[in-house]
Ligand binder design. Structure first.
Ligand SMILES: [Zn+2]
Length: 346
């Protein structure tokens, strides 16, 4: 059963840029309306016209089972002659809060926002752009290379997030004491090391698979109130599966952190999929990988557990791009769209 289907749908839009007009909105309200209307998988991209291929998902992940929501089928790369590269990017993905897009621009092009450097395109001109939970309706990015600049405005669909109140937690878990704070600070150094990775890999083109399949027990982006104290939003998607369930790499990448015993995260593995896209696996009972190891899609990273601050066995799956937390369930649809949309230009 899909459960509650009366909830608002989130639009996941594929867009292909064909013009070089400065500061152009890449999705429009009309485009999002179109996206809301359909449930079909993405249409094949067209060389002649921008394609708005609709894909919809429920904004309430609690109402669905991951096994019912496979990512769209991937088309093989087409090996067509490489399209002429332009600084003005062609972007495909999920233009929605918590989503991401992959753009093709010039190799090594820099991407900035309000004067700050956000990211740099790889040797093939590929660049990932993520949108966080509170992303504005429009993000204007400046692509620059060799003294040239191209400005594009990305239109990002808004979502609504639920609020979760939890009471009766041990006070220590809400307000850590001094010893716990010191340990959390040490753990933080490990995690920062995991985030600092800049692997030259393109796992973001693999099309992600679910690391485990099961019921989603806590949705991404929910604001948590613990013992009446507002916490930061929940930046994971919790998949309730038994301890010992194997966790698979959703895409290829490099293991940047493999720590068995962090205070809050428990057993934690982090994977760099390239272009700043990093995934995290929390509360693991067993780690089967080591730091620096390369993994392929489907490789077993370890097993689900309830280590660290967890109330029961589950996988808390997280995804981050640069300093922005992403919703893995939305981002994986965006990555499939991106892979399909860009298949003709790679
Ligand atoms: Zn979680």
């Amino acid at each position: 059963m899909r459960g509650v289907l009366g909830t608002a749908l989130v639009a996941v839009v594929v867009w292909a840029c064909t013009t070089a007009t400065p500061v152009e909105a890449v999705t429009t309200p009309e485009a999002n309306e179109t996206a809301l209307a359909g449930l079909e998988p993405p249409a094949p991209p067209s060389l002649e016209r921008p394609a708005f291929a609709p894909l919809s998902i429920s904004s309430d992940p609690l109402s669905r089972d991951t096994s019912l929501q496979p990512a769209p089928a991937l088309r093989p790369f087409e090996n067509l002659p490489t399209a002429a590269l332009t600084l003005t990017p062609e972007c495909h993905g999920a233009f929605v809060q918590g989503g991401l897009v992959v753009c093709r621009t010039l190799p090594g092009a820099e991407v900035g926002n309000g004067g700050a450097l956000l990211t740099t395109a790889d040797a093939r001109g590929l660049v990932v752009i993520g949108f966080d939970r509170d992303a504005p309706a429009t993000e204007t990015l400046v692509f620059s290379s060799g003294g040239e600049e191209a400005s594009v405005a990305l239109t990002i669909a808004a979502r609504t997030f639920r609020e979760q109140s939890v009471s009766g937690l041990p006070p220590q878990t809400v307000t850590p004491d001094e010893a716990a704070q010191a340990r959390i600070a040490r753990d933080r150094e490990h995690i920062d090391r995991g985030y600092a990775s800049q692997a030259s890999v393109e796992g973001f083109l693999d099309g992600f698979i679910w690391p485990v399949e099961g019921r989603i027990s806590a949705s991404w982006g929910a604001r948590r109130i613990a013992n009446g104290v507002p916490q930061r939003p929940h930046y994971g998607i919790d998949l309730a599966v038994p301890t010992g369930t194997p966790i698979r790499a959703p895409a290829s990448g490099v293991v940047t952190l493999a720590q068995p015993d962090l205070l809050r995260e428990g057993g934690l593995v982090m994977i760099d999929h390239g272009q700043g896209l990093i995934t995290l696996y929390l509360h693991m009972s067993r780690l089967d990988v080591v730091e620096g190891q390369s993994v392929a899609q489907g490789d077993i990273l370890g097993a689900v557990g309830a280590t660290g601050r967890a109330t029961g066995p589950h996988l808390c799956w997280r995804m981050k791009w640069r300093d922005r937390f992403l919703d893995p369930s939305v981002a994986m649809l965006g990555l499939a769209n991106a892979r399909n949309g860009l298949s003709r230009v790679l």
